[in-house]
Design a protein around this ligand. Structure first.
Ligand code: NAD
Length: 350
């Protein structure tokens, strides 16, 4: 199979984990006899420096032409105090919108070798295996009107029926292929948008009679995620709630560096680790690349339907974790491995 993939390394550790992810992609292509057509583009702070904009048109055209796009991370401290529309993160929101990727899948699982790395008690986190599906192109982050006007500021949370239906269907379909349980998370005791969201989820439910649906308020969910994470199979929720809950999920996985993500639309897929550009450790070759490598596995599964290859990557990640040859954030027994070493170790374990 020909795999036409765009790499957007971005800023900070984004470039380092992308290089490790690319190493694993090449190993997969070699082992399973696929042709890789890799190209690179500019996004985020590096794009502002080179072109004056966080999402150059050339990058957008390359992403639209590729089968799938892999992104490292964006963000540079020098832009921390500039207006939102001039920040590197604007490129991230822009590319998600342009590719029409409306469902962000964040798998959260506890690897046996990492149970000790979670600050929660072992018996609580052991066996955790869920996917948080976050709506990605609507809600507060995009709603108009918005702005700061003198002594008043506001954002708008708005959703249409179509926006809710399509992400709900994706979440139901995922649950159907797993343990057949979907938890809808909203704030319908307070917000009209949430009341409407819940009504639309209920309207879609009869299309998936084999999947059990439950509703949960977002504050309860925040609590249940740490009290009883095993109870969840697939969670579906709107943009802001999903952003916050999925970072809470990072605690279950032991390190934010472990978390992969996939953003899916009707045809395109965008894959990125959940973490940011981590300026505090950038340039030191010590970032954990396993979230990025897990995102490669997600790409193989969701964009190319290559289940065997995806499973092989995840199995290789498990082997490397068992070997203890891991980066500093995972508290290795001996000297910590570098980002490059972990990338090579996963490729070899394939
Ligand atoms: P961050 O995820 O970059 O870092 C949070 C903490 O986790 C830091 O201590 C960092 O060292 C650590 N960490 C993150 N990834 C790691 C990895 N792979 N291995 C080991 N340790 C890791 O979040 P932040 O510090 O809040 O944000 C830094 C910049 O990244 C900001 O500019 C922010 O806007 C941006 N950001 C970008 C994305 C994205 O590109 N998707 C996501 C979140 C934040």
């Amino acid at each position: 199979m020909n795999l036409k993939i765009l790499l957007l390394p971005g800023d900070g550790i984004g470039t380092e984990v992308t290089s490790a992810a690319s190493c694993v992609l090449q190993a997969v292509a070699k082992k399973f006899g696929h042709t890789l057509e890799l190209s690179e583009g500019l996004l985020g702070g590096v794009a502002i420096h080179k072109t004056g904009t966080p999402l150059p048109d050339e990058t957008l055209q390359k992403a639209l032409a590729a089968d799938a796009t892999f992104m490292g991370a964006v963000g540079l401290p020098e832009f921390d105090n500039v207006a939102p529309e001039k920040r590197p993160e604007k490129g991230l929101l822009g590319i998600r919108k342009a590719l029409g990727v409306f469902a962000n899948l964040r798998p959260v699982r506890t690897w046996p070798a990492l149970v000790e790395s979670s600050p929660l008690k072992n018996h609580l986190v052991e066996g955790t295996d869920m996917i948080i599906v976050r709506e990605l192109t609507g809600g507060l982050y995009y709603g108009e009107p918005r702005g700061i006007f003198g002594d008043r500021a506001f954002n708008t949370m708005a959703y249409t029926r179509v926006e809710i239906e399509r992400v709900t269907r994706k979440a139901f379909a995922l649950a159907r292929a797993r343990r057949k349980k979907l938890t809808n998370v909203d704030k319908s005791n307070v917000l009209e948008v949430s009341q409407f969201w819940r009504r639309v989820v209920n309207d879609v439910a009869p299309e998936f009679p084999d999947v059990e649906l439950e509703h949960m308020l977002v504050d309860t969910c925040a609590m249940q995620l740490v009290l009883s994470p095993r109870r969840f199979d697939v969670i579906v929720t709107e943009n802001t709630f999903g952003d916050i809950l999925s970072d809470e999920g990072a605690v279950l996985a032991g390190s934010i560096g472990m978390l992969p993500s996939a953003s899916l639309g009707e045809s395109k897929g965008l894959y990125e680790p959940v973490h940011g550009s981590a300026p505090d450790i950038a340039g030191q070759n010590k970032a954990n690349p396993l979230g990025a490598i897990g995102s490669v596995a997600a790409m193989l599964e969701y964009s190319f339907g290559l289940m065997k290859e995806a499973e092989a990557v995840n199995t290789a990640i498990g082997r490397v974790l068992e070997s203890g040859n891991v980066t500093a954030d995972l508290k290795p027994k001996g000297a910590p491995a570098t980002t490059d070493e972990v990338g090579r170790a996963v490729s070899e374990a394939l």
